[in-house]
Design a protein around this ligand. Structure first.
Ligand code: CDP
Length: 223
């Protein structure tokens, strides 16, 4: 049996950064499920497929290939064999991803792929529905949170570092809109699993969150 750590929470809680560091420290395979929904969204936009066009979406999903690679600690996302690591992080994808992620056939395609990744290797998987829907029996479940203002501040800073032009207000609006769709959708909405440990990261540094998360996991590993 493999060991599964589920990390859920909204955008800007430091999920991506924290899981990457924790994975390295504890020798777990890091799986970013958001990158999978982002890749689906990129493919749909590149093919001019609207969230409402069911038949076109079905066809697109039939032969989609998404690979999450780790080249010596550098994460790489391949969509149909092409490197889309940067392309899936643009504001355009941010604005559209939740509309595609709420679609039943999209989730029905992604969830089994994610479960498969946890069958044979010890993983730390981050997303929105990992502790509630993908791995309801995960060994460890953690829910990371922070106020929306703090989350927008962090994402705004990240965007500037990447050279993405935006204002704080735009980022706050985009983060809140996305969160509204993610928490109110019918299938596998974002919510804290009853048995998940809640960590409020608003006033914590990345190092402090890493320490807390590692402590929680290590104590479970020892049980
Ligand atoms: O990096 P950030 O927190 O901004 O988002 P992400 O983890 O890359 O996820 C992008 C979007 O994918 C989310 O806003 C959700 O709409 C969707 N998602 C999901 O529905 N289920 C998951 N397990 C992961 C992401």
């Amino acid at each position: 049996m493999s060991f599964v750590v589920a990390i859920d929470g909204p955008a800007g809680t430091g999920k991506g950064t924290v899981t990457k560091i924790v994975a390295e420290k504890l020798n777990l395979v890091n799986v970013d499920t958001g990158a999978m929904y982002r890749s689906v969204t990129l493919k749909a936009l590149e093919n001019n497929i609207q969230p409402t066009e069911t038949e076109k979406k079905k066809k697109m999903l039939q032969d989609i290939s998404i690979e999450l690679k780790d080249n010596n600690g550098v994460k790489q996302v391949l969509l149909d064999g092409k490197d889309v690591t940067e392309k899936i992080r643009t504001p355009k994808i941010d604005q559209n991803v939740s509309k595609f992620a709420q679609i039943a056939i999209v989730r029905e395609k992604m969830t089994p792929l994610q479960r498969k990744m946890g069958e044979t290797q010890n993983i730390i998987m981050e997303g929105r529905d990992i502790g509630t829907a993908v791995f309801p029996d995960a060994d460890v479940k953690i829910y990371l949170d922070a106020t929306s203002e703090e989350r927008a501040k962090r994402r705004y800073k990240q965007n500037l570092e990447k050279g993405i032009k935006c204002t704080y207000e735009e980022v706050l609006k985009s983060i809140e809109e996305r969160n509204k769709i993610d928490t109110t959708r019918k299938i596998a909405p974002l919510k804290k699993a009853e048995d998940a440990i809640y960590v409020d990261t608003t006033n914590l540094s990345i190092d402090e969150v890493v320490e807390k998360v590692c402590d929680i996991i290590v104590s479970k590993m020892g049980e």
